[in-house]
Structure formats: structure tokens, C-alpha cells
Design a protein around this ligand. Structure first.
Ligand code: 4AD
Length: 462
């Protein structure tokens, strides 16, 4: 009938959280998680994705209707009935009517109670129906909202920077190419080929929104981006994705200590919000993935994060007596094993490492007076390693151009960026937070593929 809402139903989460439903008639929809039959009654545990909890449907067999199709795992159905108190103090539904919406044959792959995460990675389209992924993606959603709330309530403008770009932000050549034509024999040189292509020049998927973010910050003062970034690096590790979500605030009239303060304050806010908003999910992770997780996060947000310079960190690593796979020398890039040693063994908490050698950092970072280091900062956390990378930016036109020339960069591609240092340049800085790495850290999940709905990694896309 026109205008009739045929699928009107109540979220299972609401029924569990509001005792006034007891004695009332409700309609619920969901997928069958378990079903068992006894002499007089049948029981179905139903989940609709709104909560980790399943609601029990109690079916009186004497009523005579045929519900046999509803007894298969994975079947989707709608049930009507009365909410009653269950013996275990929870609530359940005495069913008066049941309609199968979609049948589910025995080859449904989610049969076992606990599949391995590796197996579930082969089923990205179905794994969301497990408790683990229900919890992961609710946490992800709540964290995203908390990040927006933090910046919005602190006066930041949310900007959307382009995903297709003509300049490589990190200058490391790890961009996916965007093209509509294949390179063929018609084109004698790369220049000829790019000139023929869609944009008339070489284009790629952006590795970071920072360069455009700086331009926006030079107009709006405080901005943030929250969107995808792409890295074509051949890193088949538990913490690298080819497509990840990136939170990048950029602040005018700010120096490195301001950037550090912002990162700490923002993280503490989003973790507090998460603990308050998702107690059931966090308890689930604490029980099943990392014992003591909640206590660890409570501890984290009630203390100041550590701070150490890169030079001091190298000294600590050299004196550690540890047998690292990658040798430690001043000037080396910190590997995950080094990052974890610093945060897990030395500081036992989140720690900012600052002032890295200029050679291992990006061209845009502010050059320190020592001539050797730049005003960079990485945040290292136990269990994951680096989750944030940021810096104060080089605001001096001549110094920036000199570095870009030293690195052999094509200045023509960066004129918008370098113009900022000509027209009212100001001290400014920002950072990039890897959203998936934050989710790993707060859930205890060990693999970035398990906090992303459809992970794209080297050699893996569907
Ligand atoms: O340290 P990165 O490369 O810094 C930038 O992109 C700067 N432009 C950020 C800025 O200052 N606005 O990346 C920042 C963070 C890393 O700390 C990490 O958490 C995450 O982005 N990240 C990745 N996450 C998943 N997969 C990858 N391949 C990642 N590469 C970086």
C-alpha cells in the first residue's frame, strides 16, 4: 500500500536498553545466530547489527505455524511478539509471528562459532556479521564522530582536499598513477605521453592532503581534513594499507610544541569519548583481544605523554643491549622494532619523538638552527609504533626553495605551495593521524586488515 512502512521495526539495541519495552508488543528484524529446538519450544538468537547482544526469540511449537526455515544459521527474518523478562535477568521475545525474509543454505561460511581472523579476511563481505567485526566497525564509527566533534568544537574548518593531485606531498615517489591511456609506442617520451593524458600532465592519487591543507590554513587559520590517502609502497606488513584514512589538522600561527599539544589533547578526547560511548565493545576487546586494554587506555589518558628527541632516542636504543634486526646509528630511520622498544620498554606509554635528521624527513619541515635536524614529530604508541607523523613547516621561502633544489624537486609543480611563503607567511604546523592505526591501538587488533571494511594492500584487491 502506498505510504505504508512495511519494514517498521525496533532496533534490538533499544529493546535491551529500555525496560519499558517489557510487556509490550514489538517487531524485530535480523539474522539468525543460533537456533535450537526442544520438545515444546524452539529458541532463536537473533542479531540485527545494532548491538553485540543477540535477542532470544521463544517460539511456542504448539501454536502450529511452520518455522523450520527460520532455524538455519544466517537466515534473515522478521519476528513479532511480546518482550518478556528472561530467567537470566535479560529480556527475550515470546514470538507470535515469524516471517523468513531470506533463506540461508548450509554452505553459509559463517557456521563456526569462532573463525580465525585469517579465514575471515577471505570473507570481507560476510565477516561484518561476526561479533568481532561488529565491535570493530562500531568503534571505528564512534571514533570518526569523536574526531569531527573535537575539531568542530575547537573552531577548526573541515576541508576536503583533492584525492587526485599533480604533486607528491611526501616527495617520496609512492604515488599511484591516475591515467586514462596506456603508455604505448606512439609516445616517444614520458612527457609526450603525459601531455596526451587526461590532465595534460602526470597525475596521481594523493598520499596526503597536507599541501592543500596548508593553503586552507593560511586562509581559515585552523583546518582539518579527514579522508582517504593512498600509498603505493610495497609494504606487506600488518600496519600498511594502500588506501588508508587520514586525519590531518593544520594550524596557522603555531610552532612544534603547539602541534604536539593539539595531538595529545585530541587523542585524549577521542579515547575518552570511545570509552564512554562503547563500554560493551571495549569490554569485548578487553576479554578477547587484549587483557587490560581498558585499564591501559584509562592510564594513557590520565597522564602526560612522553617526549624525547630523536637524538636521545638513538642513545637509548644504542644503550639498550637489545639485538635489533636493523642496526641503530644516528641518521637511521626508526623501524617498528625501535619504535616499539621506545614506547613499550622505555616509556611504557605514548611518546612523542621530535627533531629528526633532515635527510630522513620530508622537504617541507622546518629546519632547526643546528643545520642537521628538522622540527618533526612522530607519536609512537605501545603495540603499534607510529600512529602520528607531523611537523612545524618551513615558513621561510628561501630555505624551502634551497631544500627543494637540494632534493632535485621540480619547483614548477609546487608554485602554489611555495607562494604561501611569499604572501604573508606565518609559522604553522600540523600532523597526520593514520585512522586505522588509531583503531588498532584502541581495540588491540593486531592487523590493519581487520579494522578496514575492504582492505587494499599490495597484491590484494577485490
Ligand atoms: O608520516 P606520514 O607519511 O605523514 C604525512 O603524510 C604528513 N603529510 C602528515 C601531515 O603532517 N599532515 O603519515 C601520517 C600517518 C602515519 O603516522 C601513519 O599513522 C599513517 O599516516 N600512515 C599509514 N597508515 C596506513 N597505511 C599506510 N601505508 C600509511 N602510511 C602512513
Amino acid at each position: 500500500m502506498k505510504g505504508q512502512i512495511v519494514m517498521k521495526h525496533t532496533d534490538i539495541k533499544e529493546i535491551f536498553s529500555d525496560s519499558s519495552f517489557i510487556g509490550k508488543s514489538v517487531t524485530v528484524c535480523g539474522w539468525v545466530r543460533t537456533a535450537r529446538d526442544s520438545k515444546n519450544v524452539a529458541f532463536i538468537e537473533l542479531n540485527d547489527g545494532t548491538t553485540l547482544k543477540h535477542i532470544q526469540l521463544v517460539i511456542d511449537k504448539a501454536a502450529g505455524s511452520d518455522f523450520s526455515e527460520a532455524m538455519h544459521l544466517g537466515t534473515s527474518l522478521r519476528a513479532e511478539g511480546t518482550v518478556v523478562e528472561a530467567r537470566n535477568g535479560s529480556v527475550e521475545i515470546n514470538v507470535s509471528d515469524i516471517t523468513v525474509l531470506g533463506t540461508c543454505p548450509p554452505e553459509y561460511p559463517m557456521q563456526k562459532k569462532r573463525h580465525t581472523l585469517e579465514f575471515l579476511r577471505t570473507m570481507p563481505h560476510l565477516r561484518g556479521r561476526t561479533n568481532t567485526f561488529n565491535a570493530v566497525f562500531r568503534v571505528r564509527s564512534v571514533l570518526a564522530s569523536a574526531i569531527h566533534t573535537y575539531f568542530q568544537t575547537h573552531g577548526y574548518v573541515y576541508v576536503n582536499t583533492p584525492l587526485i593531485t599533480g604533486s607528491d606531498c611526501e616527495g617520496a615517489g609512492e604515488m599511484f598513477q591516475v591515467t586514462t591511456i596506456g603508455f604505448d609506442k606512439e609516445h616517444k617520451t614520458a612527457e609526450e605521453y603525459y601531455a596526451d593524458d587526461f590532465f595534460g600532465k602526470r597525475a596521481g592519487l594523493s598520499v596526503s592532503g597536507q599541501l592543500e591543507g596548508e593553503m586552507a590554513a593560511m586562509a581559515f587559520g585552523k583546518i582539518y581534513t579527514f579522508g582517504p590517502s593512498f600509498r603505493a609502497e610495497n609494504s606487506n606488513t600488518p600496519k600498511h594499507l594502500a588506501e588508508f584514512w587520514h586525519v590531518e589538522p593544520e594550524v596557522a600561527f603555531a610552532e612544534l610544541p603547539d602541534v604536539i599539544e593539539l595531538a595529545e589533547d585530541m587523542l585524549k578526547f577521542v579515547i575518552r569519548t570511545l570509552l564512554d560511548t562503547c563500554p560493551d565493545e571495549m569490554k569485548f576487546f578487553d576479554e578477547h583481544f587484549e587483557k587490560g586494554l581498558i585499564a591501559r587506555l584509562e592510564e594513557l589518558i590520565s597522564h602526560e605523554f612522553g617526549t624525547v628527541t630523536y637524538t636521545e632516542a638513538i642513545k637509548l636504543l644504542k644503550e639498550s643491549g637489545e639485538n635489533f634486526v636493523y642496526p641503530v646509528e644516528w641518521g637511521c630511520d626508526l623501524q617498528t622494532e625501535h619504535e616499539r622498544y621506545i614506547s613499550e620498554k622505555v616509556f611504557k606509554k605514548a611518546v612523542f619523538v621530535t627533531d629528526y635528521p633532515k635527510e630522513i624527513k620530508s622537504f617541507y619541515m622546518k629546519q632547526n638552527p643546528d643545520g642537521k635536524t628538522v622540527a618533526a614529530v612522530d607519536l609512537l604508541v605501545p603495540g603499534v609504533g607510529e600512529i602520528i607523523g607531523g611537523s612545524e613547516r618551513e615558513a621561510d621561502y628561501d630555505k624551502l626553495i634551497a631544500t627543494m633544489n637540494e632534493r632535485g624537486m621540480n619547483l614548477d609543480l609546487y608554485t602554489d605551495y611555495t607562494d604561501l611563503r611569499k604572501f604573508g607567511s606565518v609559522p604553522h604546523g600540523g600532523f597526520g593521524l593514520g585512522f586505522e592505526r588509531l583503531i588498532m591501538y584502541v581495540t588491540g587488533m593486531q592487523n590493519i586488515r581487520d579494522v578496514t571494511l575492504f582492505p587494499r594492500t599490495v597484491g590484494n584487491i577485490r
